[in-house]
Design a protein. Sequence first.
Length: 106
Amino acid sequence: MAEEKGMDDKTIAIISHITIIGWIVALVMNSSNKSEHTSFYLRQMLGLMIIAIAGSIVSYIISFVGMAISILALVLWILSLISAASGEKKEVPVVGAYFQDWFKGL
C-alpha cells in the first residue's frame, strides 16, 4: 500500500480529483503500489476530464450545449470527490461503469 510514503489510498484518490496535475501525481504514486481504490478513482477522473474537455470544445460550436456538458461534468466531479473523500467506491451516475470498462488498464 501507499502507507510507506505517508499517504493512504483515500488521500491519493482525493489528489486525483485536483486538476490534471493532481491526476498525474496520483497516477505516478499508484504505479509503484497499485491500489484498487485509487485505480478506481483514476479511471473515473480520466473519464470526467475527457467529458470536460469535450464540453469545452463543443462550447466553441454550440455554446448552450457545451455549457450544459461542462455543468454536468462539474456535478459528476463533485459527486466523485465526495465518494472518494468518504472512502467509498461509487461510480459516477450513467457513465461511471463505462469509465471502469474503458480504462481498466489503469
